[in-house]
Design a protein around this ligand. Structure first.
Ligand SMILES: C[S@@+](CC[C@H](N)C(=O)[O-])C[C@H]1O[C@@H](n2cnc3c(N)ncnc32)[C@H](O)[C@@H]1O
Length: 360
């Protein structure tokens, strides 16, 4: 939304006596100081993590709940059935409470599928390939729909013969079971699958908060490449093939696409807390924290403490000034204007209009 015509606060936007969210002509919604803010003031805590991915290669070393990490050592509390490790029993219990009984069942079913494979398929890294356009994306999801319909029937419970309220029941046949087997034989992309499961479970557990995700800035072409898009449609079918039955109606192309389209321009990297964040463990989407725009000369510093982002004034901020963080990683911040512009355009899809870039 551009042009300042919209005045209402989007659901889930951050609120504070220190700042307000307003529309800007060129960079969407942004956060502006409503009073002078002294340096080092804690301006906001973002604690509403909605979707998170701990990359498969870090699952033994990074706590599934608080993202704690001990220099690459395997964590002490392993929950092999769900495929996560935790730094303490407390973290494991919190994780189980958060995902709920259906969540635990889901992760268990998915882990069983991944472990049953002779070879784990790696997620592709495909930076720089052409992104599938909206029409290609629509066609790919439509292509998955026919197989999805067969899998749903293969997994539908058959009501007892004397059940008078049968409705339109299609009995599963060989064709339906074959579609399910075919889906299971497709390569698994564990990190894409994790993203899809995490988001679907969050939506299932927090239906009233879904509008906070929908309110975020969206990317209409969120898939990095055709391979990435295909990893999502395969993950959709994998989920339909193994997730517990009560979750099936919640696993839809619409939900998975909306998750990607909002995550794309709003996710934060989950990185190591030391070494300038050199280890990239995964990423997550915190809707309230997604209203900070980027500046190449930011006045707000962000730091992750467990599952929470702390935002602090990095310098004195005057009333009316925009509060900005940087989206660039350590090394990227030191690069030239041209390189920064290219990185921001490639990763976040915008031409940086920050004061540092404009003043060159
Ligand atoms: C995490 S969101 C920030 C909040 C966003 N402005 C909104 O309305 O929801 C990131 C998006 O904000 C916009 N944005 C952030 N920083 C910007 C900047 N320095 N120049 C131009 N656009 C920017 C881009 O559209 C970017 O993809």
């Amino acid at each position: 939304m551009e042009g300042g015509e919209e005045t209402s606060l989007p659901p889930g936007a951050p609120t504070s006596r220190l700042f307000e969210v307003r529309h800007t002509p060129h960079s969407g919604r942004a956060i502006f100081a409503t009073q002078d803010i002294p340096a080092d003031t804690l301006v906001f805590l973002g604690d509403d993590l909605a979707v998170d991915v701990v990359l498969r290669e870090y699952r033994r070393e990074v706590c599934g709940e608080c993202f704690g990490y001990d220099r690459g050592r395997d964590l002490s509390v392993r929950d092999n059935s769900v495929g996560f490790a935790f730094c303490s029993e407390e973290c494991r219990d919190q994780w189980r409470d958060r995902v709920g009984e259906l969540g635990v069942e889901t992760w268990t079913a998915v882990e069983k599928m991944i472990k049953g494979r002779s070879r784990e398929d790696a997620d592709m890294v495909d930076v720089g390939l052409p992104r599938p356009k909206a029409e290609e994306t629509r066609i790919a999801w439509k292509g998955a729909a026919d197989q999805a319909a067969l899998i749903r029937i293969a997994r539908s419970p058959i009501p007892p013969a004397n059940d008078s309220d049968k409705g339109e029941v299609v009995e599963p046949t060989k064709q339906h079971r074959k579609a399910l087997q075919k889906a299971l034989m497709q390569p698994i992309s564990p990190d894409v699958l994790t993203f899809c499961i995490s988001g679907t479970l969050w939506k299932y557990n927090n239906p009233a908060k879904w509008d906070r995700v929908l309110a975020l800035a969206q990317d209409h072409t969120p898939y990095h490449s055709c391979d990435d898009l295909s990893a999502f449609t395969r993950s959709y079918l994998h989920m339909l093939a193994v997730c517990p039955l009560p979750l099936l109606e919640h696993i839809t192309p619409e939900t998975l696409f909306l998750l990607s389209s909002r995550d794309s321009h709003n996710s934060f990297g989950i990185r190591s807390l030391e070494d300038d964040g050199s280890e990239f463990f995964g990423y997550g989407c915190w809707p309230s924290a997604s209203y900070f725009n980027h500046s190449c000369g930011p006045n707000v510093e962000k730091a992750r403490v467990g599952r929470v982002w702390q935002f602090r004034a990095g310098k004195e901020i005057k009333m009316g000034e925009e509060l900005c963080i940087t989206y660039l990683s350590g090394e990227e911040r030191k690069s030239s204007r041209g390189t920064r512009m290219k990185t921001l355009k490639g990763n976040w899809g915008f031409e940086c209009g920050c004061v540092r870039c404009e003043n060159v």
